[in-house]
Design a protein around this ligand. Structure first.
Ligand code: NAD
Ligand code: UDP
Length: 322
């Protein structure tokens, strides 16, 4: 049986964070969820509030935090383009000042800390699929830079705290992940298409729809993240966690229409600037070091996500608030 720990999850009320908290609470750990509720709903974690091994703290990680914990999963950061561009300076502060505050805390209490990094560190990649050794092609002054460069700077801070201060760090680079509890109005492609299809509205494909993404179901992602946290100490990453199944955005639109039985039509809208043309994880390292690979195929994951969208009341979800 694995040892029970006190674990901090920042961004723990968000889409991925709330599932991670659920899993860790279920495994018996003492879980502290920290969130400023910028992009999330309290309802994501209310079902955990009566558990004796769960605590919820409203806190913004751009400010220092003083806790005694064994492990930290740092997920706090808006992740959808519309959310992270809402206040780009705050997004950069969250990645950079948040990393400094949490790494400092982790150093003091000798905890282990995992950073939720992103495939966005590869920018609009010239190498396909993307291995961890690829250094990326990011526009440092574009609309996505607040997120991409913030996450790149956080990776730098993690590695420097590791090399200079001996902090036990882990870095996972997460590729597009979807599933129940993703914010229905986050503007991301899966949530937009499902919401539009269920309402019989036009499906908005940006550009020609030839750009690709590789979609990972949330349960696979959470399993990969936990395996990385528990990997031997000499493997700090970064490691790609994503599903190599690659689809064009047009293919995704057609799938969502077919699986919802919708009469929606596909319409084309302008492609946002710096939108990556292709993205697919090379997961050779995750397979070798973590024995991890995704299990849920896109069709199966979409069906579960569609069922969840049907079950919620969309008026319960609010836009991001500062
Ligand atoms: P999300 O927006 O649902 O969750 C992020 C959470 O962080 C929210 O609850 C939000 O309120 C909180 N937060 C934001 N700024 C904060 C701050 N300054 N202080 C405290 N809390 C703050 O997004 P998600 O999809 O669950 O993403 C979680 C993490 O995974 C993020 O770090 C994101 O960059 C990373 N990631 C996600 C994906 C994906 O496809 N979902 C892909 C790559 C990386
Ligand atoms: N996209 C789209 N229609 C939408 C929302 C997004 O065609 O209604 C496209 C977007 O231009 C991008 C892809 O879908 O090429 C994935 O977008 P998302 O915002 O989900 O994630 P990211 O670009 O960060 O991978």
């Amino acid at each position: 049986m694995s040892q029970l720990k006190r674990i901090l999850v920042t961004g723990g009320a968000g889409f991925l964070g709330s599932h991670l908290c659920e899993r860790l609470v279920g495994d018996g750990h003492d879980v502290i969820c920290v969130d400023n509720f910028f992009t999330s709903q309290k309802s994501n974690v209310t079902h955990l509030l009566d558990k004796p091994n769960f605590e919820l703290v409203r806190h913004d990680i751009t400010h220092p935090l003083w806790l005694e914990v064994d492990e930290v999963y740092n997920l706090a950061c808006p992740a959808a383009p519309g959310h992270y561009q809402y206040n780009p300076i705050k997004t950069m502060k969250t990645s950079v000042m948040g990393a400094i505050n949490l790494l400092g805390m982790t150093k003091r209490c000798r905890a282990k800390i995992l950073q939720a990094s992103t495939s966005e560190v590869y920018g609009d990649p010239e190498i396909h699929p993307q291995p961890e050794s690829y250094r990326g092609s990011v526009n440092p002054i574009g609309l996505r830079a607040c997120y991409d460069e913030g996450k790149r700077a956080a990776e730098t801070l993690f590695m420097d705290y590791h090399r200079h201060n001996g902090v036990n760090v882990r870095i996972v680079r997460i590729f597009n992940t979807y599933g129940p509890r993703m914010h229905p109005f986050d503007g991301r492609v899966v949530s937009n298409f499902i919401r539009q299809a269920l309402a019989g509205e036009d499906i908005t494909v940006f550009g020609e729809g030839n750009q690709t993404r590789s979609f990972c179901y949330r349960d696979d992602l959470i399993e990969g993240m936990i395996r990385m946290m528990n990997a031997p100490d000499d493997f700090v990453g970064p490691v790609n966690i994503g599903n190599p199944g690659e689809f064009t955005i047009l293919e995704l639109a057609e799938k969502v229409i077919a699986r919802t039985g919708s009469k929606s039509k596909i319409v084309h809208r302008p492609l946002p600037s710096d939108d990556p043309t292709q993205r697919q994880p090379d997961i050779t390292l995750a397979k070798a070091k973590l024995g991890w690979e995704p299990k849920v195929k896109l069709d199966e994951g979409l069906d579960k996500t569609i069922e969840w969208f049907k079950s919620v009341n969309l008026s319960d979800f609010r836009a991001p608030t500062p």
